[in-house]
Every structure is written in C-alpha cells, then in structure tokens.
Design a protein around this ligand. Sequence first.
Ligand SMILES: Cc1cc2nc3c(=O)[nH]c(=O)nc-3n(C[C@H](O)[C@H](O)[C@H](O)COP(=O)(O)O)c2cc1C
Length: 342
Amino acid sequence: MAESTSQAAPPPMHTRITELFGIRYPIVQGGLAHLSFSGLAAAVSNAGGLGQIGMACFATPEEMREDIRRLKSLTTQPFGVNFPLGHIPVDPFVDVALEEGAHVISITAGNPEGVLRQVASSGLTSPPKTRVLVAGTRAARKAQDLGADAVIAVGYEGGGHLRREDVGTLVLTPKIVETVGIPVLASGGIMDGRGMAAGMALGADGVELGTRFIATQECVAHQHYKEALVAATEADTVIIERTMGRPARVLRRGPLVERILATEDELTRRGASREEAFEALYPFIRGEVNKVAAIEGRLDEGFIWAGEGVGLIKDIPTARELIERMVREAASAAGRLHSLFG
Ligand SMILES: Cc1cc2nc3c(=O)[nH]c(=O)nc-3n(C[C@H](O)[C@H](O)[C@H](O)COP(=O)(O)O)c2cc1C
C-alpha cells in the first residue's frame, strides 16, 4: 500500500514550469473527462502540483463555475482548467474560467488559436498561463508562434485520446524540446519518479500524468476502475477509434472493447470512411458508456481509458503521497545517474 505521509515533504524544485505556474513541484494532473473534478484538483494543488478540473466533466458553463468555486474553497494554490476542443463550443466555458481566476488554461485536441486569443484579449491584469498539447514539431512551433506559454508533449503511450502521429514519449519529448523555446511538459507513460526523472533528462521542465492520477484516493473513478488499473499489466491496453481518425487508448478488458475492435476490423476491411466509422462505433464509444464503467463500476458494460503505464501502478495512494513519493524517487533516480559518471 501507499507509504506513510509522516515524512516531511521534499524540498521545492525549481524549473521553468514551477516558476511559470507558481507551484512547488513540476507535476501536473492532466484533464480527465468525467473524472477531474475539484476534489482531485484541490488535492493535487495542495500537495504542490498543478491540479486541473476538466471542462469535459460538465454539461454547462454554470456547472463548471460551481465546481471551480468549490475548488477555490478547498485550496489557495494555483489550479488549471482543461479545454479539449472539438465537441461543443468552448468560449462560454473559457469565459467562466477567466471570471473565476483560473491560473492556467490548457488547450487540447484541436486548433488552439481561438482560445489563446480569448485569453489574450480578456483584459485581465494577470491572465492565466496557457498550455497547449502537441504531438509533433509543427504543432509545437505553431503553439509557440500563437503565444502559448508552454506546451505538453504527449506520447503514444498515453491514456485517452491521442494525436495521430504515434510517436512515443522518449522520442517526442526531446524533439519538442529542441523545437521550441518555451517550457515543455513531458507526458504519456509517466507513472512515478523514474518516469519523471527520465522526462526531465530529456529536457522537459515538468511532467503531466493522466492515468496515474485516476488510481488515487481523491479521484471520483469507481473503486473497480482503480483496482483494474492496479491489476493490469503494461500489455493490457489497446488503441480504439483509429478508423474514426482519433486514436485513443483504453484498457483491453471486457466484451465491449472486443466488440469495438471487431467492428473496427470490419470497417478497415471494407475501407469505410471516418463518418461511417463514427456512425458504427458511436453507440459503443459515447461518454455515457464510458461513465457506466468509470463511475458506476460496471466494467463489463463499458470501457475505461488507460495508458500503457498501467503496468507500473501498484497502489491507490492519496494525491499527496503520490506526488511526494514521485519527487523522492526522481531525486534518487537522478542521484543514481550522477553516480555512474566517475
Ligand atoms: C480517463 C482519461 C480521460 C482523459 N480526458 C482528457 C480530457 O478530457 N482532456 C485532455 O486534454 N486529456 C485527457 N486525457 C489525457 C490526459 O490528460 C493525459 O494527457 C494523458 O493521460 C497522459 O498519458 P498517461 O495516461 O500515460 O499519463 C485523458 C486521459 C485519460 C486516461
């Protein structure tokens, strides 16, 4: 089980990301559709990382406002709001985040230009910092040119929706680092301090974790989801939705995922268009089906997102235990490396 919290917190770290976001450790909790509410975000921010609530958790901007207000009652530390683009118009949600004083805005899954402009023209004396998810050098350069404050490089190992480039974190991170001058967060497959140290060794200024934060006590995910992550091996995830042009990584578990894979095989064989694929797959991949498993715990009736790093998850700690342990592990990994050089 998780190690005791009786140890003192590790000393603060100093990177461009800790400076930019005003946080103690360069560890960011990724946006998690249906799972990243104020409880988890506050726990992460209170532990010295950057917690985020996800727009994808809310049906309306006012619902999101209510949860941001709850978050502000739980922490005085900086927090972020995540905006995955492409589902519904995000501007009214961005307005709420600006009005409620979010410190960081992260933009994923689409063209970030509109949201970056909305933030820049907000007239706020200290507007939130912006982070844009990228999975290739062109997108990274574009984000920088559009004025983003940082980019997140998410590799192919990651859980949930991925970009189409299929490049792993080990290669993507240094490529992005050498492409842009703004701070870079490495993400995808990072589950512990070893992964964090590796990301920093590749030149990143911080790391973002998605799957790992689901298996924490404060996440609203059903206990069955968390236990399935602990039980899974690194070979237990698979990509779905590629026929729709938006690959995403799930835990390969239960009849529904097999049905999705069989349907996609058939769609590929007959050269179906993305629109046809969407129509055929929608009943199985819509958010409600995800929630049946993720929130209600009926794993065999739905599907759950997870990255390859599940094979490294062994417990369900508090967010604070996880973050402090990661920092200690990263320091020890860095010390080990240092000791190898004379
Ligand atoms: C359950 C789940 C839901 C996710 N939902 C979102 C989301 O709403 N917005 C987003 O930008 N990324 C989302 N992601 C991606 C994560 O923020 C993060 O980039 C990714 O999980 C990193 O890879 P890792 O899972 O290996 O840590 C999701 C990931 C998972 C596992």
